[in-house]
Each structure stands twice: as structure tokens, then as C-alpha cells.
Design a protein around this ligand. Structure first.
Ligand code: NAP
Length: 246
């Protein structure tokens, strides 16, 4: 799975799954655009990519803001002249039970996951349609399939990403742009480190493979979907969950 000469953009790449995706794409030869609203972590990961011998551009970006995303794509095309791969990974949680969830908690989660993915896909689509090639991978969640208690906002947004993925896949197929989604299960990152140990044990007991996933488990699936090996796959949803909720 050689990605030499490809330019890949990963949102929310400053840490966790996004960082691992960026580094694994770089290990497969891609140059990277690291977008995160945390400037320091974006800069740090860009340096890690460079240490792997690839070029990297970092850009402080709130994916839910059109002006930020426009600037991100302008800078990317100025620097690299093209974009081959987009991974929409940026994400947040604002958990609350339905009867207590505030408008802010709901709106923030929808804005980052859905508006952010819409904006990045839109700019990527304009460019990739003209080039007649491209790969887009949207990071959903198994929560979008089964629904998580305390996450009406997050589960709704992650389910919405599947509809967006399939609609975009249909629109872009004739331009040789593949659009797929991944639904990670329970992955060991800062997002899940806040979960109390007892709850973690219950969740791990539900996983046939009996372990949490690592960011690399997701990065491997992303690299596959971005490679030539997945050229005839579009509109797919890959569950990377160790078998949980199959
Ligand atoms: P993470 O460690 O919290 O990393 C997410 C990154 O995205 C952070 O650097 C975060 O910055 C950044 N970000 C958040 N909102 C952003 C915005 N509007 N614009 C740009 N960057 C933004 O989370 P993760 O576990 O790696 O999750 C990555 C993706 O996988 C998310 O979409 C998540 O929903 C999904 N996922 C995770 C799991 C899991 O078990 N971990 C399971 C299923 C799906 P800040 O930290 O400063 O907010």
C-alpha cells in the first residue's frame, strides 16, 4: 500500500486516532496536512511527520467554521498543489442524558462532526472532481449504529455521517473519488480515558476480542481505504470494533 507522492489531510490530527492516522499515512509515503484547532499539538505532529521523512503542513483550524476550512484548503493547495486524501476525524463529546442536554451541548457536537465534515468534503469535492481522483474517509463511531446512553448528540451526529458518506459517495463515484466511513469501537485515547474504570470493564467485556482498540487499529483501516486496494469500494462503512456490536 504505497502512498508515495500523495498528499493527505487529516483533521483533528493533533492527538489520538487522528495523530496515528497521520503518522501511518506518512509511513506509507504520503505528505501530510495536519489540521487541528489546537495549534501546539498540530505543530508537534507535523514535526513527527517530518521526522519520518515526509513533508508536513500544519494549520490551526476549527473544522466547523467555513473561513477556517477555506484557509486550510487554500494553504494546502498553495503548498502542495493538490490533495489526494481527506480524513475527517476531528471530534468532540459533550455528554448528557437526553432530559438534561443543553442546546449548546447538542449544537457543538453537531457542528464539529457534521458541519465540519460537510465543509471539508465540500472543498475536497470541488478539487477532486476536477482532478478525477481522490479518497475521502469519514470517522464515524459504532455509537452511530447502536446509540450510546448519554450521547443523543454524538450518536446522532455519527449516524448522520453515514448518510453524508453515502450521498457523497454516489455523487463522486463517476469522478473516481471514493468516499467511505469507519465506525471505530472502544479505542484507547484521551476521549475514552475519562471513562471510569468500572464502566470500561463492562465495555471491554462486550468486545469479543477482549481488548480496547488502539489508534493504530483505525489507522490501518484508513490506509487501506486510501490505497489502490480499495479502488472499487465506495459508500462502505467499516466497523473496526474487535467484533463489538457486530
Ligand atoms: P481525541 O483524542 O479527543 O482527538 C480529537 C482531536 O480533534 C483533538 O485534537 C481535538 O482537539 C480535535 N478537534 C476537536 N474538535 C475540533 C474542531 N472543531 N476542529 C479541529 N480539531 C478539532 O479523540 P479520538 O478518540 O482520537 O477521536 C478521533 C475521532 O474518532 C473522533 O471523531 C471520535 O468521535 C472518533 N471515535 C473515537 C472513539 C474512541 O473510542 N476514542 C470511538 C469511535 C469514534 P481538542 O482535544 O483540543 O478538543
Amino acid at each position: 500500500m504505497d502512498l508515495t507522492g500523495k498528499v493527505a489531510m487529516v483533521t483533528g490530527a493533533g492527538q489520538g486516532i487522528g495523530r496515528e492516522i497521520a503518522l501511518f499515512l506518512a509511513q506509507h509515503g504520503a505528505d501530510l496536512v495536519i489540521a487541528d484547532w489546537n495549534e501546539e499539538s498540530a505543530k508537534f505532529v507535523a514535526r513527527e511527520v517530518e521526522q519520518l521523512g515526509r513533508s508536513a503542513l500544519w494549520q490551526k483550524t476549527d473544522v466547523s467554521k467555513r473561513s477556517d476550512v477555506e484557509r486550510l484548503f487554500d494553504r494546502t493547495l498553495d503548498r502542495f498543489g493538490a490533495l489526494d486524501i481527506l480524513v475527517n476525524n476531528a471530534g468532540i463529546t459533550r455528554d448528557a442524558m437526553l432530559h438534561k442536554m443543553t442546546d449548546e451541548q447538542f449544537d457543538e457536537v453537531i457542528a464539529v462532526h457534521m458541519k465540519g465534515t460537510f465543509l471539508c468534503m465540500q472543498y475536497a469535492a470541488r478539487h477532486m472532481r476536477e482532478r478525477n481522483q481522490g479518497k475521502i474517509v469519514n470517522i464515524s463511531s459504532i455509537g452511530g449504529k447502536v446509540g450510546n446512553i448519554g450521547q443523543v448528540n454524538y450518536s446522532g451526529a455519527k449516524a448522520g455521517l453515514i448518510g453524508m458518506t453515502k450521498a457523497a459517495a454516489k455523487e463522486l463515484a463517476k469522478f473516481h473519488v471514493n468516499v467511505n466511513a469507519i465506525q471505530p469501537g472502544f479505542i484507547d485515547t484521551d476521549m475514552t480515558r475519562v471513562i471510569p474504570e468500572k464502566i470500561k470493564e463492562i465495555k471491554i467485556a462486550e468486545i469479543p476480542m477482549q481488548r480496547m482498540g488502539q489508534p493504530l487499529d483505525i489507522a490501518r483501516a484508513v490506509v487501506f481505504l486510501c490505497s489502490d486496494y480499495a479502488d472499487y469500494m465506495t459508500g462502505n462503512v467499516l466497523e473496526v470494533t474487535g467484533g463489538r456490536f457486530m
